[in-house]
Design a protein around this ligand. Structure first.
Ligand code: NDP
Ligand code: 2IT
Length: 449
């Protein structure tokens, strides 16, 4: 495991003691701090102004009650969160996650990651994240609507196009953004398009936002392949998850000539040597809100479904974890290495455990961290904000080209920065340092706030 620079040990210890039990937040902070040794050595001004300690403390954390009534007339209760982490570069920006596992530690890890990711995009957006322990699974659309309306009835007072701009994440897609935007509009009496991103195309949304995270991850891998004079042509790819990020990662891999042979959900995974049938997967997941097992049943004997074991035992040259945090562990990394995997790129946020990351690194597998590889989603959200601000809308082609250009630029910045700080080819170091220095310099310029 990488070690922490001596100067940064007390900073990390303070994060652990001030945020007890928030293990995902500790993990995300540690992973960034591990890269910053050479930066603090070169730039004493950051320590003088306590930039890193301030960066690890959210600017504001909001926790609120979300009561709602289910279809049977019973009162239900959930907890809502919005962590406004850092606004040095722009209004807080980051998604909302609705999943039973959500608690403050998850929201803080995601908000912390978001600061550096948003900085890497080069767009004027700060970092934040929110969500709820609400479980949308098995709930009717009417229940989801009532939950979203209750959630926004409190959240509205904290957000705004110049303050904080939420979007989707796990469990929050176009349907939920619609209900949230509707309630925001109702309680504020303002058609403030720029307050949320991921909106529908007929009411202020941007082309390509739905596809952006998955497409962007694959564009990033394309840059990695191009750097070694290689391409997706004929490559076997495994994508975990089957939600928004996974579906559009699969689509772009197929468009670029690769073959995705497996995908998953939290119940199991499906393997299909001839390639996942994306039209059917979209129908099952997006239209019917079904499961990967339903997809497998519809495909018959060409697909093998398994509810046991790990998707990472499926041989591939490229692995794209696109489901959730810590879904790829040490044992999985060993399997990937043994099967000849060459590239792992994180479509999800922090899906690879620290042990797995270290094993992949030691084995020479090229590894793209989420804050670089999945930044295409939030970058396209920033393009949505631009279009809203100018009351304009761009074509699919133009927006996709902007996304591709952003991913090229992030890839370039990662490699250039890694090289400058003596870790040539290390995307983790490059992403962390490039993301950090831009925010840190802004924080220095803005004074002790
Ligand atoms: P979705 O809700 O659309 O899909 C999530 C997928 O991950 C589902 O297949 C789900 O399976 C699976 N999953 C979720 N939680 C778990 C779990 N605890 N164990 C196993 N599988 C799980 O979410 P997204 O596709 O939007 O998000 C996926 C990842 O990408 C997240 O890490 C998110 O933070 C990240 N991300 C998303 C962006 C976006 O724009 N949406 C942008 C950047 C990153 P099941 O249905 O069984 O729960
Ligand atoms: O993790 C992420 O970058 C997102 N969920 C998207 C955030 C956004 O504001 O588009």
């Amino acid at each position: 495991m990488p070690v922490l620079d001596e100067q940064l040990i007390p900073v990390f210890d303070e994060v652990v003691s001030r945020n007890p039990g928030e293990i995902e937040f500790h993990q995300a902070v540690r992973e960034v701090l591990e890269s910053l040794g050479p930066v603090v050595a070169k730039h004493p001004e950051y320590a003088d102004a306590e930039v890193i300690r301030r960066l690890c403390e959210p600017e504001r954390q909001i926790i609120f009650r979300v009561p709602w009534v289910d279809d049977a007339g019973r009162v239900q209760l959930n907890r809502g969160f919005r962590v406004e982490f850092n606004s040095a570069l722009g209004p807080y920006k980051g998604g909302l996650r609705f999943h039973p596992s959500v608690y403050l530690g998850i929201v803080k890890f995601l908000g912390f990651e978001q600061i550096f990711k948003n900085s890497l995009t080069g767009m004027p957006i700060g970092g934040g994240k929110g969500g709820s322990d609400f479980d949308p699974k098995g709930r009717s659309s009417a229940e989801v609507m009532r939950f979203c309306q209750s959630f926004m009835t409190e959240l509205f007072r904290h957000i705004g196009e110049y303050t904080d701009v939420p979007a989707g994440d796990i469990g929050v897609g176009g349907r939920e953004i619609g209900y949230l935007f509707g309630q925001y509009k109702r309680v504020t009496n303002r058609y403030e398009s720029g307050v949320l991103t991921g909106k529908g195309l007929t009411w202020g949304g941007s082309q390509v936002r739905t596809e952006a995270t998955g497409y962007g991850t694959v564009f990033f891998v394309k840059e990695m392949l191009t750097a070694s004079r290689d391409s997706f042509d004929g490559k076997q790819v495994v994508v975990s998850g089957s939600g928004n990020v996974a579906i559009y990662a699969i689509e772009k891999v197929h468009q670029l000539g690769g073959r995705v042979v497996a995908c998953s959900d939290s119940d199991g995974y499906v393997v299909e040597e001839s390639g996942i049938d994306l039209d059917l997967l979209k129908e099952v997941k997006e239209l019917q809100r079904g499961r990967v097992s339903d997809y497998a049943a519809r495909r018959g004997s060409s697909a093998k479904y398994s509810s046991k074991g790990s998707i990472w035992s499926v041989p591939c040259q490229i692995a794209l974890p696109c489901a959730t945090q810590n879904e790829l562990n040490g044992a999985d990394a060993k399997r990937l290495v043994a099967n000849g995997c060459q590239i792992v790129a994180e479509g999800a946020n922090m899906p690879t455990t620290p042990e797995a990351t270290a094993l992949l690194h030691a084995a020479g597998v090229r590894f793209a961290p989420g804050k670089a590889a999945n930044a295409g989603g939030v970058a396209t959200s920033a393009l949505e904000m631009q279009q809203n601000a100018s009351r304009d809308s761009w074509t699919f082609e133009h927006t996709e080209e902007r996304l591709a250009k952003t991913m090229r630029s992030i890839h370039h910045r990662c490699l250039e920065t890694a090289d400058k700080y003596g870790s040539t080819g290390d995307y983790v170091v490059g992403a962390n340092i490039a993301g950090f220095t831009q925010v840190a310099d802004a924080m220095l310029a803005l004074g002790i706030i």
